[in-house]
Ligand binder design. Structure first.
Ligand code: 4AD
Ligand code: MG
Length: 480
């Protein structure tokens, strides 16, 4: 008989028809109550055995972590916490879990720190917290596709190995098949990449944007959703060396349309999560409340998780120019009292996350879109404003997260772009194809990048980005 998922069973009516359930034991109480979870939902299914009718040997193997096949009928539950339970007629232990070994892992029922769970990343998906986060992550990924597909965007796969390293979004990881010892050298004694797999230097991509732009110039509206790699030594709760990014790119969109899209997109996926991940978000909200009980009042969230999410979907993001933001920051208390680590003194300085968070969490108390940044602190491809010193850039800043989206209207004027590339020392030869776009039917176009893990972090309320990706890669850590 085909087994039924627990997510389905808990919504079924009691019935005399036998069902089969397969899952892993969360607990086995009083030789009678098996709490079974199969990953399909945060909820466990209670399976009741009449121990008098079962071999002792079999019962001994029903231990935390073991995989079971349970056959029985669904009856109304006498106990609290569930509507239905399984009256078990047959149990088969599919895979044992030695209790002594379980005691040494995160599967033992006592509470574990997030760090400890990270060391056992192959088992942490059996915990409530991680399964809730990963189910939510999966739903969010689906919502991303749904949003763009509904809005007539085409999904485009930009290359992961790239022969251009010109975007300057971050340090890159080299991709090579040359031997690490005694690689071939050229006449200057340098590594000869002509001998390498691709006949040139290649890297893992930091962003699919530039290739995305080429496709938007033919398909109109595209989005990418794939991994990006940055070899920065950023050991923070917001940075990964391998993360997933969503990058829409649209022909004939100016910066205002770009900002509208970013706002609508984020609201859509968060609303989707609220509607489709209700049980998991309820669990994560409680988890967060418990975690924050140990923190000083000032560090606790102002609202419970789901209220925070609804707030995003129900309120417009505040749009502010960089120049206005600098004025606010200059006059702010932490700046006046020299509480910021980096004091804001003049126009043109880059904003640090402490400044972004001040704007979002203290000043505006809502998501903020900052736009029209100084050209000098932004990438070469952003469109220069008429003032000659700011560019049509935008960053979406979120409470607790900081920058969640970075984007811009792109420089579509060939001469202006070329001047900019020369000034910023970006190779024209290497990016001839990017310049070509401005020679053959150039047009106003825009796009942005959203860091998927930062979104998942915001939605699930997890404090560290390492806990919202199955196998985090960070400086000094690429286990599994
Ligand atoms: O601001 P970034 O560097 O922008 C770009 O890469 C552009 N090419 C995007 C575009 O216009 N198409 O990165 C975009 C977003 C950031 O706002 C952040 O959410 C996320 O990607 N991000 C990271 N997430 C996790 N770990 C890292 N190291 C990240 N670096 C950027
Ligand atoms: Mg950025």
């Amino acid at each position: 008989m085909q087994h039924t998922e627990i997510a389905k069973i808990i919504r079924m009516e009691p019935s005399p028809v036998e069902i089969v359930v397969k899952g892993w034991v969360r607990s086995f109480r009083s030789n009678r109550f098996i709490s079974l979870n199969d990953g399909s939902t945060i909820k466990n299914l209670q399976c009741v055995v009449d121990f008098e009718n079962f071999e002792e040997e079999l019962l001994r193997n029903i231990t935390t972590g073991a995989a079971l096949k349970v056959t029985g009928v669904l009856v109304e539950s006498q106990g609290q916490g569930q509507d239905v339970e399984v009256q078990v007629s047959e149990v088969e232990v599919l895979g044992k879990a030695d209790p002594e070994e379980v005691k040494r892992t995160i599967l033992s029922p006592k509470r574990h720190t997030m760090e400890k769970l990270r060391e056992q990343a192959h088992l942490r998906i059996r915990t409530n917290t991680f399964s809730a986060v990963m189910r939510t992550r999966s739903k969010l990924a689906f919502a991303v596709h749904e949003f763009f597909q509904k809005n007539n965007f085409f999904y485009m796969n930009s290359p992961i190995i790239t022969g251009s390293d010109a975007e300057g979004a971050g340090e890159m990881f080299r991709v090579t098949s040359l031997p690490p010892v005694n690689p071939p050298l050229n006449e200057n004694g340098e590594i000869d990449y002509k001998e390498d797999f691709f006949g040139k230097e290649t890297n893992l991509t930091v962003s699919g944007q530039l290739e995305g732009e080429t496709y938007a110039m033919g398909l109109g509206k595209i989005y990418t959703f794939g991994p990006a790699f940055r070899a920065e030594n950023s050991n923070t709760s917001r940075h990964l060396a391998e993360f997933w990014m969503i990058e829409p790119e649209m022909a004939f969109y100016d910066l205002d349309m770009n900002m509208d899209l970013a706002e609508e997109f984020i609201q859509y996926v968060i609303k989707y999560a609220l509607e489709h991940c209700a049980d998991d978000l309820e669990f994560l909200e409680t988890r967060l409340l418990n975690e924050e009980k140990n923190k000083p009042q000032a560090e606790r969230s102002e609202r419970p998780l789901r209220e925070r999410l609804s707030f995003i979907t129900e309120n417009n993001f505040k749009r502010v120019t960089y120049t206005e933001a600098i004025d606010i920051l200059k006059r702010s208390k932490p700046n006046q009292k020299k509480k910021f680590k980096y004091l804001i003194e003049e126009w043109g300085t880059d904003l640090q996350s402490e400044h972004e968070r001040y704007l979002v969490e203290k000043h505006f108390k809502c998501p903020v879109i900052l736009f029209d940044y100084p050209a000098t602190i932004k990438a070469f491809y952003m469109r220069l404003n008429d003032d000659g010193k700011t560019v049509r850039a935008m960053d979406v800043l979120f409470p607790g997260i900081g920058e969640i989206v970075g984007g811009s209207q792109r420089e579509e004027r060939y001469d202006v772009l070329l001047d900019k590339m020369r000034a910023m020392d970006i190779s024209e030869e290497e990016l001839y194809w990017y310049l070509d776009l401005r020679k053959f039917g150039t047009c106003v176009h825009s796009g942005f990048g959203l860091g998927f893990e930062r979104l998942v972090q915001f939605v699930t309320g997890m404090g560290n980005i390492r806990d919202v990706i199955p196998y985090p890669r960070t400086p000094g850590n690429a286990d599994f």
